[in-house]
Design a protein around this ligand. Sequence first.
Ligand code: SF4
Length: 376
Amino acid sequence: MLNKNVDLQYLKDKVKTGERLLRDEAISLWRLAGFAELGALANSVREQQHPEGIVTYLIDRNINYTNVCNTDCQFCAFYRPNSAHPESYVLTKEELATKIEETLELGGTRILLQGGHNDDLPFDYYLDLISWIHETYGIDLNAFSPSEIHQMKLISGLSYEEILKQLQAAGMHGLPGGGAELLDEDIRKAISPKKIPAELWIEIMETAQNLGLVTTSSMVIGVNETIEQRMNHFDQLRNLQDRSTAKGLEGFNLFVSWPMQINENTSLGRSKRSSTMGASTVDYIKNLAFARIYLDNIKNHQSSWPSCGPDVAEIGLHFGCNDFGSTMIEENVVSQAGGHTAAQSLLPPEEMVLRIQKSGFKAAQRNSDFEIVRRH
Ligand code: SF4
């Protein structure tokens, strides 16, 4: 018979002494540990890895260069199916320039560039976009999640490595971790069947890491997944991180997660399945803590406000997180699916600092390499 106290104490001791949990042990921890207990454990890991008590934030803008997309993810309200659609767009250089200059005026250090999979854009479009922004503004550019890199492969016929090398030579600094959702094939088939499979997401990230590009990891919960399916996601991230760090590479420099937005704007939100989808705030926070414990080789964990709001993000700081995310001067994808950013599109830097300090931490602005650019 399972002795809850003995088994749980064994698992807690393992975590507190910095010993890695095996997959089955982690599943037991998820099932046995209480909410506050898991939070305290995650905080002990965070204190081992970040004894200085600093919580970082970033000033950046997420620019969505096109909303035309051929992938029809069921949770997406942002995309338009083709360029003939009256609401479709591809941003002009003038529009991009205005957005980037506003970002620089607000002290921004990074531009995230993400968009739909637009069949009308040739590979040269992406190279020109990156080199023009890089040469004109010199700001850090984290661009194109793995599924966009795959779209470039379909259009150009080049390998992932060649695409990433050319983008890097044009001035791209790194790749955002978008499009991972949940790295489990059954889940992907259910919510985004046209998107690249998990193994290609990992392959593209590994190729980027081998080239020295900055990469982040992400996770979306609340898609009717089991704990085992969540573990499939965690294991793929942890294994890749092990491979990269064994080569002396940085690998992912951040883990960020958020709950699936269930909203009538999306086909998923209108479907019968929607009533069982989504994650509660408690589940989201518990998963943050669990990720901090299990992903012991990813140093920075973010408590993300765009989906759940800044109050929930503050709680996440006490469940193992050491990063408050970015100001999100602009965000379209989560907003249009009904995320918190639909109501509040920008969290001013001063408010982020205040929230971090009120939570009992020292606040510091970072760049996309996690270098501190300003202490408060
Ligand atoms: S989530 Fe991204 S890939 Fe999926 S439909 Fe929306 S824009 Fe396209």
